[in-house]
Design a protein around this ligand. Structure first.
Ligand code: COA
Length: 405
């Protein structure tokens, strides 16, 4: 059971959506700028001075968007002190989903054992995480759901054209997640601004299955390779520096705050020079912006939740701080959000020991076994039904398992 701290202002009528858990996961493999020199014609000095990036993480053979997202979600759940069965909705913001469908979110829902959750993927490129948190917080504030997990997860290394030095030096892999929870305590997500300008769709993107005739494996859309990222770096740079300050101002206006009220801005991690230009346009010091792109590069939808986790770890966000998120990327899309950080201050553990790491681990295992059992029984049932028409015992077992949910 979740209770609320009495020292925080509670509203008798309104519901607020608070971030009560956060987690991140990055692959172990590091790809440094020096190592990139062996892949494309580039050099460490150029990459550092033009982007601020020193290294990035690359997913191993057995890692994927869903496996990184799952790890991040489990960590976030642990901090929130909630169980997978408490989750009503899972949103995965990604440009590198496991499949067109089933969604990466459904895979994570299954692996988590979140048997009461709806799940879907959200495509808004590097703005996707902010879009996802907005969608989830609206659902919570409307009373339609209580708990949501929003994940930004990417394996950008799989959609890089490793011959294109204009893009492959920028991106990396990783995932970050937050748990949002309903509470009568004032705070949490205060405002957001979501925008799109599809006229800039030709500036960066990844052509995929719906694009055109796929029978030709060499098919390219407007000269761009299928399933590989293309980008007009200069134009994206101008777009990003224009919209960051503008949309943060709009989100602050909506929340009735100004930039002096903000303790930290967690921006999409694309380029240190973009962050510096945005700081100039907002007339603030660059260190008001969280930056960790030197170690991870641009992890697209995962970059904001990863930076958020590190900001919390570093003590740069404290309860009652106002924090702004700002994302921008393909679409073109951009999004800003202002939150009042309560952290897991609104969640207290009750029933000591109920959610010990062992109990939590066991609940994951149990959920996994049940899901695996359901899949196996479905397969056996299909097999038996093929052999002999009519209702089988296996079918009845399957029905029983379905009723357990
Ligand atoms: N290594 C070495 N040289 C490179 C290079 C690389 N990886 N990439 C480009 N160059 C060269 C260019 O060929 C050009 O050479 P030239 O002057 O002889 O023609 C020179 O460096 C300058 O290229 P330019 O593209 O003008 O560099 P830039 O300062 O605009 O930096 C980006 C390029 C991509 C780093 C920058 O435009 C950028 O960060 N854009 C935003 C991208 C982004 O954030 N995208 C994701 C948004 S979600």
């Amino acid at each position: 059971m979740v209770t609320h701290n009495s020292d925080l202002p509670a509203s008798p009528t309104a519901t607020y959506a608070h971030i009560v858990g956060w987690g991140m996961a990055v692959p172990e493999t590091v790809l440094t700028n020096q190592e990139l020199e062996a892949i494309v014609e580039t050099n460490d000095e150029w990459i550092r001075t033009r982007t601020g990036i020193h290294e990035r993480r690359i997913a191993g053979e057995r890692e994927s968007t869903a496996s990184l997202g799952l790890k991040a979600a489990r960590k976030a759940l642990q901090i929130s002190n909630l169980l997978p069965t408490d989750i009503d909705l899972i949103i995965v913001a990604t440009s590198t989903p496991e499949n067109i469908f089933p969604s990466t979110a459904s895979l994570i829902q299954h692996w988590l054992g979140a048997t009461k959750a709806g799940a879907f993927d959200l495509s808004a490129a590097c703005s996707g995480f902010v879009y996802g948190v907005d969608m989830a917080s609206q659902a919570i504030r409307s009373g339609s759901i209580q708990v949501a997990v929003v994940i930004g997860a990417e394996t950008m290394s799989r959609v890089m054209d490793w011959q294109d030095r204009g893009t492959c030096i920028l991106f990396g892999d990783g995932a970050g997640a937050v748990v949002l929870k309903a509470s009568p305590i004032q705070g949490g997500v205060l405002s957001s601004v979501l925008r799109s300008d599809g006229s800039g769709g030709d500036l960066l993107g990844i052509p995929t299955v719906g694009s055109a005739d796929l029978r030709n494996p060499d098919f390219a859309v407007n000269g761009h390779k299928m399933h590989k990222m293309f980008m007009n770096g200069g134009e994206v740079f101008k777009f990003a520096t224009r919209v960051i300050g503008e949309s943060i101002d709009q989100a602050l206006d909506k929340a009735d705050l100004n930039i002096q009220d903000v303790a930290l801005i967690v921006p999409h991690q694309a380029n240190q020079r973009i962050i510096q230009a945005a700081a100039r346009s907002l007339k603030v010091e660059p260190d008001l912006f969280m930056s960790n792109l030197d170690r991870y590069g641009n992890t697209s939808a995962a970059s904001i939740p990863i930076a958020l986790c590190e900001a919390v770890q570093q003590g740069r966000i404290k309860p009652d701080d106002h924090v702004a998120f700002v994302g921008f990327g393909g679409g073109l899309t951009w999004a800003s959000m202002v939150i009042k950080w309560t952290g897991n201050k609104v969640v207290e553990s009750s029933g000591p020991g109920f959610l010990t790491p062992q109990r939590r681990q066991f609940s994951y295992l149990l959920a996994r076994w049940r899901a695996d059992l359901r899949r196996i029984s479905r397969q056996i049932s299909q097999f038996v039904n093929n052999l002999r028409p009519g209702r089988s015992r296996i079918q009845r077992l399957q029905d029983k398992l379905d009723r357990l949910d």
